[in-house]
Design a protein. Structure first.
Length: 272
């Protein structure tokens, strides 16, 4: 089971927490760990809206980030892509941050008798690593497929290998097998597995397309920009396969990939 505690999800709350530590994995990737003495009851798959308390007027909006861990030292994994993540990547211990969460739903329970296959790209590893760590005490060791453009784009691969049977690909061949991570998936798809995926939209669309004809359950954690994180701004719409829209923050981020209209391979996807 991915989260054996079936009590209701904790309500969201806004807190101000000091940064306890920032661990850098090269210039682009960082793990931010916060000091929250009262704890955060976040479960694998959920996310938080993060903003520096001393940022002033810019950047204005918080950033959605998947939890890498919860509890008294909740953490997130970031990739530097813009002003907000640049500020986070320069943060020092003691710096205050506003955190709104936990938000969204969780990964569903792993089906009895099925082995989970985790397919990650880049920072999409965060919610999948949290899931794998939650399964380890129950004797469940997933298969993990992790891909990046180069070995520099595989943050936390060593941590993932501790709790999974890990297979790595890089597009430039600098680590693992050369190519894209989805090329490893077809040989693993059978009635004995189910797939959990998070990463770039096109990667998740390809994973969903491989799983569908084989009738393998596939759960995707959607990634999309959003302003609020709880359904007010309506800024994270995703097309449904049967028509209409869902909202990544309220209906997700974790959702059955078969319910998404992946269309051009760019469904606005969960919060990694």
């Amino acid at each position: 089971m991915s989260h054996p505690d079936l009590t209701p999800l904790a309500p969201r709350r806004q807190i101000t927490a000091n940064l306890a530590r920032r661990d850098s994995m090269g210039p682009a990737y960082h793990v931010l760990t916060f000091d929250v003495p009262e704890g955060v009851d976040a479960r694998p798959g959920q996310f938080t809206m993060v903003r520096g308390a001393e940022w002033g007027d810019a950047p204005l909006l918080p950033r959605p980030m998947s939890y890498l861990s919860g509890g008294r030292r909740p953490s997130i994994l970031i990739k530097v892509v813009g002003d907000g993540t640049t500020r986070m990547a320069r943060a020092v211990p003691g710096e205050p941050f506003h955190l709104l969460g936990p938000l969204g739903n969780t990964w569903p329970e792993v089906t009895e008798g099925k082995r989970p296959v985790l397919v990650a790209g880049g920072v999409g590893v965060a919610p999948l690593l949290y899931l794998a760590r939650s399964l380890a005490p129950h004797g469940v060791r997933p298969i993990a497929l992790y891909g990046g453009r180069s070995e520099r784009d595989l943050p936390m691969h060593e941590e993932l290998a501790e709790v999974c049977d890990l297979h790595v690909t890089t597009e430039d061949g600098s680590r693992g097998e050369r190519g894209r991570v989805t090329q490893l998936l077809p040989d693993l798809l059978s009635g004995d597995v189910e797939v959990f995926t998070c990463g770039p939209d096109r990667m998740m669309a390809a994973v969903a397309a491989l799983c569908a004809p084989r009738e393998v359950r596939c759960i995707a954690s959607l990634e999309t920009p959003m302003a609020c994180g709880y359904g007010v701004c309506l800024g994270c719409p995703v097309k449904r396969a049967e028509g209409g829209y869902l909202y990544a923050c309220m209906d997700g981020p974790c959702i059955d990939a078969a319910s998404i209209d992946w269309g051009d391979g760019a469904a606005a996807g969960g919060a990694a």
